[in-house]
Design a protein around this ligand. Structure first.
Ligand SMILES: Cc1cc2nc3c(=O)[nH]c(=O)nc-3n(C[C@H](O)[C@H](O)[C@H](O)COP(=O)(O)OP(=O)(O)OC[C@H]3O[C@@H](n4cnc5c(N)ncnc54)[C@H](O)[C@@H]3O)c2cc1C
Length: 406
């Protein structure tokens, strides 16, 4: 087994959240402590474990005693199972599945769907084509409908609308929820609304008391309207599901989806220069701070990765990066799917700017710095060594891919 310490941000969040039902399970066992009079107290009941035959066993290796057991990411958390054997109605969610996985926006939507489903309704997720997701159950999916077929692959909003219409005919969901995003949901939701003849509630950030509240007027005003059947929701419209496990039972369409005559021809993705992408729109940002000692190597790594470059304010003030590359409170607020912070300590002004990023990777010498606390994946070490290893890994990966294609 590798010695690398792997962190589980979700387990850490549960350990901090005293109201979470699994909070107690995530605490390190405390078997002895100092009482108020200075005497060490021991809890004899805390030692040992109950064996499969119900008899208490004591592990004399010492691994269990004295609270020496460390809480690790390997702690298996068994969340209570939420079942809906005979759904009274469905709440349908069409996640964007960017990169084949549920994004944090998709998970917020599933949380909102559960608010609307209550105990009797089931949340039905409609996914197009192949995916790589294996956490539908913990994200809150009660029923999973995968619409397969080459007509849905790539940019195919017309065919996808046909697919959603077939789902609508069969399951008659009480509500349809789509992410109001630029990665698919915003356009698909509006097209689907037009096909159904429904007026969608757009840019919704809150649903309560039978009302949807959405942003309007260039994002400066709130528009409240009665709860719509079709809701296009913004990020953070609800808390994602975290306290229950769901069945994610596969369901199928009983009839084939009618193919519409396509007026759109998908000519495929076009390569763009990552440096030309505005920071606020970049999906993959490689950001450097005061811990970057070799800026030539930093630029070469960003190029090898095909990432858009960003920087901390110190890197900008020191003249290593242009002002328009600054990320943070007094720079640009970014929404990347992946944000790599190289030698950035994680000052509050910088963290504010990356609050909406999906996955944060930190490369830093200091394991206690705030960027590492924020990160989903951390690499502790000298930035130059890690960047060189990264370039070598990318080149090896590309060479393998070329060899396989040949
Ligand atoms: C009003 C105001 C607004 C601000 N707005 C912004 C803003 O918009 N954006 C912003 O970024 N900052 C902003 N700041 C500045 C902010 O407070 C921090 O000073 C700044 O973010 C620190 O940048 P840094 O992390 O690159 O540098 P440092 O804080 O110096 O951190 C360097 C990091 O690199 C690591 N390191 C050092 N050497 C190596 C190595 N060889 N390999 C790997 N890691 C290494 C260190 O462990 C450290 O964590 C603002 C400040 C104020 C007062």
């Amino acid at each position: 087994m590798s010695d690398i310490i792997r962190r589980d941000p979700r387990a850490e969040w549960i350990a901090r959240n005293r109201l979470h039902p699994l909070h107690a399970a995530m605490q390190p066992a405390q078997h002895s402590w100092m009482g108020p009079n200075g005497i060490i107290r021991k809890n004899p009941h805390g030692i040992g474990f109950i064996g499969p035959n119900g008899i208490k066993r004591i592990d004399r290796s010492g691994a269990q005693q004295g609270g020496a057991t460390k809480r690790t990411a390997a702690v298996e958390v068994q969340l209570p199972l939420h079942q809906v054997p005979a759904p009274a109605f469905y709440i349908s969610v069409v996640p964007d599945m960017v990169g084949g996985r549920l994004s944090s926006h998709d998970r917020d939507l599933l949380g909102l769907a559960h608010q609307l489903a209550g105990k009797d309704g089931a949340v039905l997720a409609v996914v197009f084509g192949e995916h790589k997701e294996n956490a539908f159950a913990t994200a809150g999916v009660d029923r999973l409908l995968v619409l397969e077929g080459e007509q849905f692959s790539g940019y195919a909003p017309e065919q996808r609308v046909q697919g959603l219409r077939a789902v609508d005919n069969q399951f008659s969901p009480r509500h349809w929820l789509l992410p109001d995003s630029r990665t698919g949901g915003g356009e698909l939701g509006r097209r689907f609304a037009a096909a159904l003849g429904e007026r969608p509630a757009t840019r919704v950030w809150q649903v309560k008391d039978q009302e949807c509240i959405g942003r309007a007027g260039a994002g400066l005003q709130d528009l409240a309207r009665p709860l719509a059947r079709l809701i296009l929701a913004a990020v953070e419209c609800a808390e994602p599901v975290s306290e229950t496990r769901h069945e994610a039972l596969p369901v199928e369409l009983s009839t084939a989806v009618v193919r519409s005559l396509s007026r759109i021809e998908d000519l495929g993705a076009v390569a763009v220069d990552p440096a030309a992408i505005p920071m606020a729109e970049a999906e993959f940002i490689f950001s450097g701070g005061n811990g970057v000692k070799d800026w030539g190597l930093f630029h070469r790594t960003a190029e090898a990765l095909g990432a858009t470059e960003g920087a901390s304010r110190v890197a900008v003030d020191d003249g290593f990066m242009a002002r328009d590359r600054q990320v943070g409170a007094s720079g640009t607020w970014v929404t990347a799917r992946v944000y790599v912070a190289v030698g950035i300590s994680g000052a509050i002004q910088h963290l504010q700017g990356i609050g909406a990023c999906d996955k944060v990777v930190a490369i830093n010498l200091d394991p206690g710095c705030d960027m590492i606390k924020r990160a989903d994946l951390s690499v502790i070490g000298e930035s130059a060594e890690i960047l060189q290893a990264l370039i070598a890994a990318v080149e090896a990966y590309r060479n393998d891919a070329k060899r396989d294609a040949a």
